[in-house]
Ligand binder design. Structure first.
Ligand code: A3P
Length: 329
């Protein structure tokens, strides 16, 4: 029903009728398999339009994630790193855009920019305040994006997360946006789909592997983070992230001012989730309450939702999928 009030181009309608489809969990409509990944109809139109019309600039910075891996956090961090000379990160300074805007508004998703019937949207509003970088984001896998970025030096910032926590977070998120009554949403049904990879933007493991492989091959193009690592050693990773983004912290910033700590505090779960905009605001594009993006923000919450057998099955899939690639989640 989400897709019902969206408009589709004739091309999308034709494509949808030719693709393998599956009834999606908690949706009255379908998800479709296109070039090995699964998408809702709206996102599929986004992929197709993006593949045709998005040409990355060398200076584009794209936050790429599988849903629920830490997108909101990473968007906030990238935004505040890049714009910190214009907007001081001290939370006492009242004019920082993160204080009045949900991070998703500051780094829009290519997925949504390209999903309307205008196949070639204007991206000029995505420029950072220094007018140098366009700040973008996507949940799309690397495969459909690859052609769009191959002639540029644009940079990708990817964050992944333990699939068990990702799954639990995703379950809560979808259940919340599709129904008010969590009891109606079988976790087991969604679990099956997640394990099979037949889920929006799935499979999770193929999504992660696409970006992981590129980060090994082109470390100057892809910065690969793990949610758990970022939680464990935020200072270390944020300093590296700033370097990667081409906006390194100066010796002075690192030595004198607690700038990194301030920035981390500004972007922290506790700080962002308690702002009025994130408690009661709504995102215009998705028509979702901003609070939906803040739940617990912790590592290991899956133990409260998954049986030992469910945990074991997910761990086994992860071990098998990543065995040859030196990645541990
Ligand atoms: P939980 O559901 O486990 O709490 P995404 O931003 O990719 O949609 O991911 C959402 C997950 O990140 C949720 O996880 C959410 O609580 C957590 N999150 C949101 N903002 C965060 C922040 N500033 N720091 C740490 N985690 C955050």
């Amino acid at each position: 029903e989400e897709a019902a009030h969206r408009k589709f181009t004739q091309e999308t309608i034709n494509l949808l009728s030719s693709l393998p489809k599956q009834k999606a969990w908690m949706r009255s409509d379908y998800i479709y398999q296109y070039q090995n990944f699964w998408y809702g109809a709206v996102e599929l139109q986004g992929v197709v339009n993006m593949q045709r019309n998005y040409k990355a600039l060398d200076s584009d910075l794209i936050v790429a994630t599988y849903p629920k891996c830490g997108t909101t956090w990473l968007k906030a961090l990238c935004f505040s790193i890049i714009n910190r000379y214009h907007f001081s990160t001290a939370t006492s300074k009242q004019h920082h855009p993160l204080l009045t805007n949900n991070p998703h508004l500051l780094l829009p998703f290519l997925d949504h920019l390209y999903s309307s019937t205008d196949p070639n949207p204007d991206l000029t509003s995505c420029f950072s305040v220094n007018n140098h970088n366009r700040l973008l984001a996507t949940h799309f896998p690397l495969a459909p994006l690859a052609e769009c970025i191959k002639d540029s030096k644009c940079k990708l910032i990817y964050i992944c997360r333990d699939p068990k926590d990702t799954f639990v977070s995703f379950w809560h998120f979808i259940a919340k946006i599709r129904t008010k009554n969590l009891e109606n949403c079988s976790l087991e049904g969604f679990y099956e789909q997640f394990c099979e990879g037949v889920v929006e933007y799935g499979s999770f493991w193929d999504h992660v592997l696409g970006y992981w492989k590129m980060s090994l091959q082109f470390p100057e193009r892809v910065f690969f983070l793990q949610y758990e690592e970022l939680k464990r050693e935020p200072n270390l990773h944020v300093i590296k992230l700033a370097e990667f983004l081409g906006h390194p912290f100066s010796a002075e910033e690192l030595e004198s001012g607690g700038v990194v700590e301030e920035l981390l505090k500004l972007c922290s779960f506790d700080h962002l989730s308690n702002l009025e905009v994130n408690k009661n605001g709504k995102l215009p594009v998705l028509e979702i309450g901003c609070s939906t993006f803040f739940r617990r923000g912790e590592v290991g919450d899956h133990v409260n939702y998954l049986s030992p057998a469910m945990i074991e099955r997910l761990d086994k899939i992860t071990a098998e999928k990543f065995l040859d690639y030196g990645l541990k989640l």
